[in-house]
Design a protein around this ligand. Sequence first.
Ligand code: ATP
Ligand code: MG
Length: 747
Amino acid sequence: QLTNGNDIFKSLNKAQCRAVISDAATVAILAGPGSGKTHTLTSRVVWLLNHAGIPPQDVIVATFTNKASNEMKARIGHALGDGRERGVIIGTFHSIARRYLVKYGRRIGLDPKFGIADDSDSRGIITRICKRLDTHIEPPIARAWISKRKAKGTSDEQTVRDKKGRNVESQALETCFQEYQDQLERSNLLDYDDLLVRCVELLRRFPQCVSNIQTVLIDEYQDTNGVQYDLMKLFAQKHRRVTIVGDPDQSIYGWRSAEIKNLHRLLRDYPGTDEISLEENYRSSSCILDTALNVIQQDQDRYKKVLLPVRDKGTRPVLRKLKSSTDEADWIVSEMKRIRLLSGNMIDFDDFAILLRSAALSRHVESTLGREGIAYRMVGGFKFYERAEIKILLDYMRVIHQPDNNDAFARIINVPKRGIGEVTIKALLEEAERSSTSLWQLVDKHCRGQRRAKTSIRQQTENALSGSLIKLLNNLRERVRSDTGLGTPMNLVELIRKLARDLKFEDYLEATYGAEYESRWTNVQEFITLAEEFMRQNQGDEEALPTIDGFAQASDDDILARFLSNVSLASDKQTEDKDQEGKPLVTISTIHAAKGLEWPVVFIPAVYNGSIPHVRAEDQSEERRLLYVAMTRAKALLYLSCPQSIASGGGRSTEISSFIDLLPSSAFLPKGPSFDRPIMSSVAKILGRELPLDSVIYKGIPSMTAPEDNLFPVDPNQPLDSHTAGEAGHGGAWRHKRQKLQHPAKS
Ligand code: ATP
Ligand code: MG
């Protein structure tokens, strides 16, 4: 009766089913990684649409990354089969907030054409202000303070200490904050905090905007911050129906003010919440899960949960210490090639992920993969959109969309070279600031000669040059608008192509980068492909919010605005999924961006003290949780590695991460004839795949490990434990004395 022609229930266990059909107003699922929280949440959306009769546009689903939103939408679409998922309001908190602000922002005095200041924009503006105010405030400190100040409305910290331990008066910070806010306003920009804070303001003052919303569902709840919590409550203000899923052990955004106490707030604010726990892990082999649990259980204060493996035992994780980061990267890549061969291509490159504590670590693996001709995709914190050539084009597009964006305009005014020097740009910026106008308006005024200022020959030249820039931009602005009567407006791709042509961008790149220009030009092509892709995915007006009866809409969103904000909001920025030849791609991701995802084989390089836990990390437990998140992404094979010494700091030698050092050596696969046939069959079983019979060709595949690079050398004569698919018994000689931890309790 439950299935009712719908097979979503076939893939749910009892507890998951209960969560899906619960008719409590508030449902909270707290459970470990891989227990099917996201799967359950997705199924609940399908249930609500199909069985509870809720119209799609009355449902808000908040996910943590754009990638997760797209995936969830696709899954819901698959289950529904009639395209209704397109109406559901799915996105990150930031992107949902943006949609409401674009549509209704006028009501709170916003110009709906606002642009978004991303992290690097904010950083740039604050750095300039700090310099100008001539205080000793460190820009990152000011930035963190401002962010907190915005999120909380006030600042609880009266003084903060700078890097040198000096006190910074909150008064100075407050001035900095005011200046920053003024500049954003003048440029019609909202930063990430503003998006949320202003949306809270909108929904408080005009609850009508969300009067249709019947239910709100949130994935990765452990990482919501105070403002996001307020937003959740405001979205759900009419019907107070909320479903949240999360795992306190995977809370890794404390540095962005995520608050675990939001959980207690929820239980207090929504009495009668149906609390459901899921206790089975469907993702990882039990060996991998055991080791990961062993890491997280080092935290004495955590909220304890049950997590039992459903999958086979599989193989213990591999831990290797290599000489250098280059050797480490080489080892990882050759190990990938070896597994691929061993498995007779049952495991291919797209089954591998390399998860990094920080984006800066990617250099070595990138260069090895590049040398080996293995295609890869980068996710999270990597800089495709921050590459110089792409940033220029984006800045042009930002100014076309919104000419008062001072920072973007200042960056392009002399790119390609127009003979306008840094000094002039700075003077212009200052003049604009003094006269509370925007750079664009000022330059425009100069060009029209409306200013009676003394015009030196030099100034006249500058005026003429920037005049041609203004002309070019004005022309493009006209062309992208649909209301100018100039025929069909230019679409995104046409716009980028025309920009590149008008700017003679290829010549510019050649003149600037010499031999390197070809790869830069390829990036421009890739950028065009991304825009094409974006247009394909956003053909209809899918992001449009429903129009509320009796509450007229303020304005509509255009594709250029959506594209630009998509670029700014992609916390999970990534390059294209398939390269031109459609090769399977290895994923390189930050751990933060890998949250919620899974891969058959996961590599975690650089597990040394200073990297994880990170040198600058304030909260050691959060670093441990980060490692736990990384480890629990793996389904069948997990590799941890670390270089003996790192180049930075003049060849400093490293210590293995204390989180790993605390584990018994028996947690890892001892050196031996690893990855033989039985292990591959067990991997195949865990992944639910067929191991090709002819994969016996592994005979000729070299063993990858040299005896000295193994942290836990084992007696080569020690027999393998036959009933665990090649998995060696808990042998493993001890090299160091370690604190023995209890084997993960299954309770
Ligand atoms: P994380 O905490 O890492 O986000 P999660 O709890 O959200 O994990 P999911 O990603 O939803 O877990 O599920 C993990 C894997 O288990 C997925 O591949 C999913 O398809 C599978 N899965 C979930 N529930 C079941 C089930 N009842 N039967 C079989 N497979 C399941
Ligand atoms: Mg999940």
